[in-house]
Design a protein around this ligand. Structure first.
Ligand code: C5P
Length: 231
């Protein structure tokens, strides 16, 4: 079964599988596995917002200044290279794959992502990827704004304590020191900001399939999604 593979007769044409959900729900893990199984591209939209945030932080730009952020976005190139096995993120040609995952970038990305004109630029870029090839895409607004007509749409949720635990594991595996109580607070704050912002807020699309990842392994989530993709 290769839903995303445009070489198969039954599945001719470009298809987008879109996954939204809060931080730590397991979107990246399952999106990469799905892309691998379906033999299609993987698009991490959060990585784009993170990369622009990194550049803004480096340049000391006031993150409340939308005009400055738009100006910056318009003269920035963000390339996602590689695939589900090893996605690399290039900011103006520099590999920033690791740096965009630091807590500092994580905690500031919201300010860049809330600017509507910055989002417009990002959405245009994301759609252009989805118009050229079949892709599994993940983010906060990919089922509602970026690809409302995606072939399948999922909302991957999860209990906040469990999601924070997953983040801690990920960061510790990368050798980062983590204050567990602080990280839980950060995830709760990020949820609140992502859910309540005016533009591109995280919400479940009416026709998205809801999956609670709390009691499930990543394999079980993928299995569940594949059932819906095959049907
Ligand atoms: O998915 P990830 O945790 O890397 O996203 C980082 C941040 O980027 C999110 O907390 C959110 O504020 C923003 N984001 C967004 N829209 C997306 C993807 C991410 O606003 N489609």
């Amino acid at each position: 079964m290769a839903c995303c593979n445009s070489n198969t007769r039954r599945d001719e044409g470009i298809r987008v599988i879109a996954i939204d959900g809060p931080a730590g729900a397991g979107k990246s893990t399952v999106a990469k596995r799905l892309a691998s199984i379906l033999q299609c591209a993987y698009l991490d939209t959060g990585a784009m917002y993170r990369a622009l945030t990194l550049k803004a932080l480096r340049q000391g730009i006031n993150l409340d200044d939308e005009d400055k952020l738009v100006e910056l976005a318009n003269k920035t190139s963000i390339d996602l290279e590689g695939d589900f096995e090893k996605l690399k993120v290039f900011l103006d040609g520099e590999d920033v794959s690791e740096e965009i995952r630091t807590l500092n970038v994580t905690n500031h990305t919201f300010y860049v992502a809330r600017a509507p004109r910055v989002r417009e630029i990002m959405v245009r870029w994301q759609r252009s990827v989805g118009s050229k090839k079949s892709v599994v895409v993940e983010g906060r607004d990919v089922t509602t704004v970026v690809f409302p007509n995606a072939y399948r749409k999922f909302y991957l949720d999860g209990n906040v304590e469990e999601r924070a635990k997953r983040r801690i594991k990920e960061l510790e595996a990368k050798g980062q020191m983590v204050d567990a109580a602080q990280l839980l607070k950060d995830v709760q704050e990020r949820d609140e900001k992502d859910l309540t912002r005016k533009y591109g807020a995280l919400k479940k699309a009416d026709d998205a399939i809801y999956i609670d990842s709390t009691p499930l392994t990543a394999e079980q989530v993928v299995e569940e999604m594949l059932k819906h993709i095959k049907n």
